[in-house]
Design a protein around this ligand. Structure first.
Ligand code: GLN
Length: 482
């Protein structure tokens, strides 16, 4: 049998409910794995070992038939859990202990999960490699000289390394899908509004969405079932019914129309990534899907549009960290100086860069030229998707232009770093759901991901295509050796 820490949610749940393993055995296997490999991977900001054992005690009197009963999960450290330090991997929140619980973790709690720890991220989720973390860089379990992707790099690395059974991340411009692709696991961004953002520390509120990072598509469906649905505490959460994704994903995909946008097969796309995605399309054709070329003509504007809107929203959202309301406060004799010093010392370079960019784009005289214009282009990008979805059911693209890059390779060049999200960002701007699934390995042994994008609130079709593809291939079965 596989080691227990390598199990996914589905397999672990089956073994637990048949009594073949106990909650203690499962938790111990995961915590032991963390002890063994965490030095190399550095996925966690906080490991909640004592809380996890306490939680098992509590679960003894709970309903053992809930879908996440005794399942050890890791949560990205920008999601608030009552009484557990939540840092956003920022010095400014280093000692922040939320007095309230996010809706997502409350729902996970109600279904029996066990928290094993809070995972590292790029500070305030701004980045693509975890190198912007205020604390340390997480490493890719497939090659520890490489980045795990970001910003949910800690969650993706923890899943790939077997340091948890599944995880939760957040995705503003690709932060679930890109690290999932780099780490050879499944990562899904739901439709904007599908999952409550209550308790998610805001980066760019019109783009942020919480989603699962897992070892299989089925597991993503299990977590999505639990975390989805309307929440009166988030005014942007949508009152849309949630189907049972674990049932709908089994449906046949014969006759489904897949669109391949020509704008995504561009210069700079790695040869091995391109070949793997084309291979994936062949597999889907053999499963009965019809593949056709489509066009998303405004793709070339997505990165620029995103970096105006995301930084504008961030500059506003991050105004609250002033040394008075939360976390860190710099020593100072006078109020204004205290504000300034707190922010100067508390925020890292990338966060400061974005606050400045956003403040600039929103300022009088530039607002029309940048912010308003970017909003208009956002609509054009969304319209591209709406048009495409008149002809196809799912859009298929690479998740990233290259496999994981080396630690340090792009830190000194923010533009290169930003371009890493070229294939994921449009989806956040348009608002729909998308998943990244393993579809191959580079000659260096690094994972490659394929992205399936769907219509708004049509997570069902996205998961269905991903599930059928996964079942027809073996990529998801490989495990990183550490
Ligand atoms: N890498 C992108 C950024 O730096 C997206 C991050 C995210 O999705 N949180 O903003």
């Amino acid at each position: 049998m596989e080691e227990l820490y390598q199990l996914g949610i589905k397999e672990a749940s089956e073994l637990l409910s048949s009594g073949e393993i106990s909650p203690e055995e499962l938790l111990e296997a995961v915590l032991k794995r963390i002890d063994e490999v965490e030095d190399k991977v550095k996925a966690f900001v906080t490991v909640t070992k004592d809380e996890a054992y306490k939680r098992l005690e509590e679960l003894k009197s709970a309903d053992s038939t809930t879908p996440l009963y005794a399942i050890p999960l890791a949560i990205k450290d920008n999601i608030c859990i009552k009484g557990v330090r939540t840092t956003c991997s920022s010095k400014i929140l280093e000692n922040f202990i939320p007095p309230y619980e996010s809706t997502v973790t409350e729902r996970l709690n109600n279904k029996g999960y066990v928290l094993v720890g809070k995972t590292n991220l790029d500070e305030f989720a701004m980045g693509s490699s975890t190198e912007n973390s205020g604390f340390f860089t997480t490493r890719n379990p497939w090659n520890t000289d490489c980045v795990p992707g970001g910003s949910s790099g800690g969650s993706a690395a923890a899943v790939a390394a077997g340091e948890c059974i599944g995880a939760i991340g957040s995705d503003t411009g690709g932060s679930i899908r890109q690290p999932a692709a780099f780490c050879g696991v499944v990562g899904m961004k739901p439709t904007y509004g599908r999952v409550s953002r209550y308790g998610l520390v805001a980066f760019a509120s019109s783009l942020d969405q919480i989603g699962p990072i897992t070892k299989s598509v089925y597991d993503a469906a299990v977590l999505l079932n639990v975390i989805s649905g309307h929440d009166h505490r988030d005014s942007t959460s949508a009152p849309v019914e949630v189907p049972d994704y674990t049932e709908t994903l089994k449906e046949n995909i014969k006759g489904l129309r897949l669109g391949v946008p020509k704008e995504y097969f561009i210069e700079g796309l790695d040869r091995e990534v391109e070949d793997s995605v084309k291979e994936a399309l062949k597999v889907l054709q053999e499963l009965g899907c019809v593949v056709k070329e489509i066009s998303l003509p405004h793709t070339g504007y997505a990165v620029a549009t995103y970096y105006i809107l995301a930084t504008s929203e961030a500059s506003s959202n991050l105004a609250r960290y002033d040394g008075v309301k939360y976390g860190f406060r710099a020593e100072s004799k006078e109020l204004l100086q205290m504000y300034q010093e707190t922010r100067a010392q508390g925020f890292g370079a990338e966060v400061k860069r974005r606050i400045m960019l956003g403040t600039y784009a929103l300022s009088a005289g530039y607002y029309d030229a940048y912010y308003r214009k970017a909003q208009q282009v956002r609509t054009l990008i969304k319209n591209d998707f709406d048009e495409a979805f008149k002809e196809v059911d799912i859009i298929v693209t690479p998740t990233t232009p290259t496999p994981a890059f080396r630690i340090g390779e792009k830190v000194s060049d923010p533009l290169q770093m930003y371009l890493n999200d070229i294939f994921t960002i449009s989806v956040n701007l348009a608002g729909g759901p998308a998943i990244s699934v393993p579809c191959g390995f580079s000659s260096e042994g690094l994972p490659i991901g394929v992205q399936f994008i769907g219509r708004h609130f049509d997570e069902e079709t996205v998961l269905k295509v991903a599930y059928n593809y996964e079942r027809a291939t073996e990529w998801h079965k490989r495990r990183a050796e550490l």
